[in-house]
Design a protein around this ligand. Structure first.
Ligand SMILES: CCCCCCCC(=O)SCCNC(=O)CCNC(=O)[C@H](O)C(C)(C)COP(=O)(O)OP(=O)(O)OC[C@H]1O[C@@H](n2cnc3c(N)ncnc32)[C@H](O)[C@@H]1OP(=O)(O)O
Length: 215
């Protein structure tokens, strides 16, 4: 078998089935027995609705970040999100290839957007990422994410990113644990200049969304 075929077989073995990412997770990413299925908030954005950027300076989705990901997330059915991100030249690690940390950011941002559907403020506690295929500059990464369970403040989720189209091969995937926090997590820990700027924004919706709460 050629080296190339060998690599392809190896990758295919590591790919999960399309819907259920059923590989064993590390213990801290396994929901405890008392975990509950996620409940979509009645006022969550309708399936198909674009979420828009929550904060202009967010590296993941902010329009005010020239080298940011400008990721666009859309509410799906249930507690799911789809998102797209085009790898730009500024996102390279190796020549012509996306940096792994940037791809992890795309997963993190998509997974973080899921919390809008619960209308819960939460931050990433743990993010485990598998890099399955190289992602060239210019590629559109098609992301899908879902919350799998909620246990108290802990929100368990997973995501995958495909290339070559929404049904193309998986290039990256992640499992995550988000932890619900109060708004003080941001107001007490963020740099004062940025917090002041957000809090003095006359647009109440922008003020609230900056802290990841879906209005
Ligand atoms: C639309 C928006 C998109 C945004 C996408 C981007 C999202 C982000 O990147 S957020 C930024 C990155 N994340 C952060 O900066 C978070 C920094 N960490 C923290 O502030 C704290 O560690 C925090 C808030 C996560 C948890 O602290 P605290 O509130 O004291 O909770 P704590 O009691 O330690 O933990 C709560 C539970 O979570 C568990 N837990 C916390 N951290 C982890 C972890 N890393 N791994 C596994 N479990 C964890 C604890 O074991 C505990 O479990 P149990 O209730 O069963 O005992």
């Amino acid at each position: 078998m050629s080296t190339e075929n060998h690599h392809r077989d190896d990758r295919d073995r590591r790919e999960r089935p399309k819907s259920a990412a059923a590989e064993p997770a590390p213990p801290s990413l396994v929901p405890p027995p008392n975990a509950l299925p996620p409940v979509r908030h009645p006022d969550a954005p309708a399936p198909g609705e674009l979420l828009g950027s929550h904060y202009d300076h967010c590296f993941g989705c902010g329009e005010g970040q020239p080298h940011g990901l400008h990721l666009q997330a859309r509410a799906g059915d249930g507690v799911t999100i789809t998102a797209e991100f085009t790898v730009q030249s500024a996102h390279q690690g190796a020549p012509g290839l996306a940096h792994g940390g940037v791809l992890a950011t795309a997963l993190d941002e998509t997974l973080g957007s899921l919390n809008w559907l619960l209308r819960v403020i939460a931050v990433t506690g743990r993010l485990e990422t598998d890099f399955v295929r190289p992602v060239p500059v210019g590629t559109v990464l098609f992301l899908q994410a879902e919350i799998t369970a909620v246990a108290g403040r802990k929100i368990y989720s997973r995501a995958q990113g495909r290339i070559g189209g929404p049904d193309g091969p998986v290039a990256v995937r992640a499992q995550a644990l988000f932890i619900e926090v109060k708004v003080e997590h941001f107001t007490e820990n963020g740099r004062a200049d940025e917090i002041r700027a957000v809090m003095s924004d006359p647009d109440q919706i922008r003020r609230v969304r900056a802290f990841e709460v879906n209005p």
